[in-house]
Write a protein that binds this ligand. Structure first.
Ligand code: ATP
Length: 285
């Protein structure tokens, strides 16, 4: 039986501004998306009985038709006309509902995996079109790297790479639903944010400059409900982070560091103070 193993990387948003609400209910956004080396692993194996079986080491995420990899399987069957089953094992390291695009990334990996296993040979543009109908972050997850995304997050502009920067993720174990956060959004909270500034600092590869220009409009909403966010940000900055921000719709907060020594220093402090949080060392990719 044929099988394939695919890595499924998470992301952080170095900047996230919401421009307006569209008639279809989605929002137009402008965001700097950055792939990180924290990843899940998907192993996909052909399955004779034409069903999709999902297994995982993680107990928080649904393993039925609510899982995004299930939606990908259904959609690819419909489009390709193939009536094939599969067994996918998702080894999860990316926290669920944490603003790190874990689900979207798994969906992107499933698209790539089935495209190869079923020998469909669809170009990445077609996979992006399919992915977009399942989740707004899936096109980015198919590309990875560092990109400026606009529209609903599916129009991309290349920007300077921000690879190999040390990042600490601190997740207070409070899941946050993306739709709920957007539902609470009041566009009057928008600040005078200038995206060009952070892009310029990225171009100079000035990590401190980038850290000083991090911005996430959604942080305002989530901070009102989850007081841990402000506390984590304060602790990170106190412990050698050059800057910190909540990623996506939360609740993971990330800190950026000058080097590995500072990252390790902060990791040890945070680990001690917050033994019940998920604290993960990673790098941008
Ligand atoms: P984003 O940053 O794109 O908003 P997120 O990291 O906040 O995403 P996810 O981890 O993608 O959130 O999960 C969001 C929801 O999707 C959860 O409620 C989860 O139950 C569901 N879900 C479906 N499939 C998956 C999957 N393969 N991995 C994780 N969550 C999944």
């Amino acid at each position: 039986m044929e099988s394939i193993k695919i890595s499924s990387y998470g992301k952080i948003n170095l900047a996230l501004d919401v421009i307006n609400k569209r008639n279809d209910g989605y929002h137009n956004i402008s965001t700097v998306m950055q792939e990180i080396s924290l990843k899940d692993d998907l192993t996909i194996i052909d399955n004779e009985n034409k069903k999709l079986v999902i297994t995982s080491n993680n107990e928080e995420m649904p393993l039925d038709e609510r899982n995004l990899v299930y939606k990908v399987w259904e959609e690819l069957k419909k489009i390709s006309g193939l009536d094939k089953g599969a067994h996918v094992h998702i080894y999860k390291r990316i926290p669920v509902a944490a603003g790190l695009a874990g689900g979207s990334s798994n969906a992107a990996a499933m698209l790539k995996g089935l495209n190869s296993l079923w020998k469909l040979d669809y170009p990445v543009e077609k996979l992006e079109e399919i992915g977009k109908t399942i989740g707004a972050d899936i096109p980015f997850c198919l590309r990875g790297g560092t990109l400026l995304a606009t529209g609903i997050g599916d129009q991309f502009k290349p920007i300077p790479s921000f690879q190999d920067v040390y990042v600490l993720l601190v997740n207070p174990n409070i899941p946050m639903d993306t739709k709920y956060v957007y539902g609470k959004l009041d566009l009057r909270d928008r600040k005078d944010f200038n995206m060009d500034l952070i892009l310029q600092e990225m171009g100079k590869r000035d990590i401190l400059g980038v850290a000083q220009n991090l911005y996430n409009l959604l942080e305002v909403i989530v901070t009102k409900e989850v007081e841990e966010i402000e506390e984590i940000k304060g602790e990170l900055t106190k412990n050698k982070a050059l800057g910190s921000l909540m990623s996506g719709s939360g609740t993971t907060v990330f800190g950026l560091f000058k080097n590995e020594t500072d990252l390790n220093f902060s990791y040890e402090k945070m680990k001690e103070k917050y033994p019940n949080y998920r604290i993960i060392k990673t790098k941008t990719r």
